[in-house]
Ligand binder design. Structure first.
Ligand code: GDP
Ligand code: MG
Length: 177
């Protein structure tokens, strides 16, 4: 049972990974509290946030984990990935390097996480279209090749944040049902 004695049918752990400053914490903040901050500090302390939503008449508690400044390669511990059934692999569409690092993150994810984990590739900061450095097509092609879901988001103006989480959560839901 969750807050207010609401019956919880499922708890799904989803992890956020990707380079520092791509917007992971703001994506989570937008999803969990509908808040956004332009001068967000590097993540400290809080390990995860939750939001309960209804999928096909069942209540699903999404427990979303955020890296606490462990974004250096191989610094994320295996405890972080433990029990995760979904992952959001985030890059910044205005920073090519953050996209070029995605294969490493994917490799790390695949070596630590359950092999059936549901993964979505997320290109964040679409509100900065005039500074775009990663063509949508490049990311789409990579996602297709690797069998990942793919969406571009903006934590700032909310574009696709809800859809990105729903894509992962609904797919997990369908797998367990
Ligand atoms: P993290 O290190 O991946 O957790 O990144 P943060 O969530 O802390 O975000 C890093 C910086 O990018 C902060 O200044 C955020 O305000 C900013 N940011 C995050 N998402 C967006 C977005 O969608 N659009 C814009 N313009 N800035 C964003
Ligand atoms: Mg952060």
């Amino acid at each position: 049972y969750g807050d207010g004695n609401q019956k919880i049918d499922y708890v799904f752990k989803v992890v956020l990974i990707g380079d520092s400053a791509v917007g992971k914490s703001q994506i989570l903040s937008r999803f969990a509290r509908n808040e956004f901050s332009l001068d967000s500090k590097a993540t400290i302390g809080v390990e995860f946030q939750t939001r309960t939503l209804v999928i096909q008449h069942k209540s699903v508690k999404a427990q979303i984990w955020d890296t606490a400044g462990q974004e250096r390669y191989r610094a994320v511990t295996s405890a972080y990935y433990r029990g995760a059934v979904g992952a959001m692999l985030v890059y910044d569409i205005t920073r090519r390097q953050s996209f070029d690092h995605i294969p490493r993150w994917l490799e790390e994810l695949r070596s630590h996480a359950d092999k059936n984990i549901v993964i979505i590739l997320v290109g964040n900061k679409t509100d900065l279209e005039n500074q775009r450095a990663v063509p949508t097509e490049d990311a789409k092609e990579f996602a297709q090749k690797e069998g990942l879901f793919f969406l571009e988001t903006s934590a700032l103006d909310s574009t696709n944040v809800e859809s990105a989480f729903l894509t992962v959560l609904t797919e997990i839901f369908n797998i367990v049902n």
